[in-house]
Design a protein around this ligand. Structure first.
Ligand code: FEO
Length: 168
């Protein structure tokens, strides 16, 4: 049985992963409309990955006799200025998510829930990977500069980290 506080914070995380998925979907759609085929593919895949993160949490909460709450959809922004600004927003969002995963670890410790504390480690590692892959994208973007966005768009898919895509 999950401690109440752990169940609550995991449900909050379900909401955040769902929003991450919607946010990246909105960014993917924006990039597609701007003609950035590679960037939009990267973001569509990222949106899928975030949905899998949400599913992973839902299944865990239910497995531990908690009740996973399926969140309503909050509309993400629709305009992201340019790819530089957009990837800065992706990085800021991932840092925010890393912070909330750390909070979950803190609550698990406070509640003596060592099972969830050990289970959530997958997310701790995943966040390190996600932040570092977005940082690599920003570095490449800055290196190529705004006159080489075509090249950047062509190369971005090859920069995807091999993140797991299964909720099992
Ligand atoms: Fe599921 Fe990118 O955090």
């Amino acid at each position: 049985m999950l401690p109440k506080r752990v169940e609550e914070i995991l449900n909050l995380q379900i909401k955040k992963e769902d929003y991450s998925s919607q946010l990246y979907l909105s960014m993917a759609s924006w990039a597609e409309n701007k003609g950035f085929e590679g960037v939009s593919s990267w973001l569509y895949l990222q949106a899928e990955e975030e949905r899998i993160h949400m599913l992973r949490l839902i299944k865990y909460v239910n497995e531990r006799d908690g009740i996973a709450v399926i969140p309503g959809i909050k509309t993400p922004p629709v305009d992201f200025e340019d790819v530089f600004v957009m990837f800065d927003k992706v990085l800021a969002h991932e840092k925010y998510i890393s912070g909330s995963i750390n909070e979950i670890v803190g609550v698990c410790i406070a509640e003596n829930d060592y099972t969830t504390q050990s289970w959530i480690q997958w997310f701790v590692t995943e966040q390190i990977e996600e932040e570092s892959s977005v940082k690599a994208i920003i570095d490449k973007l800055n290196l190529l500069g705004k006159n080489n966005l075509y090249m950047f768009d062509r190369d971005i898919i090859s920069m995807r980290g091999g993140g797991e895509v299964s909720a099992e």
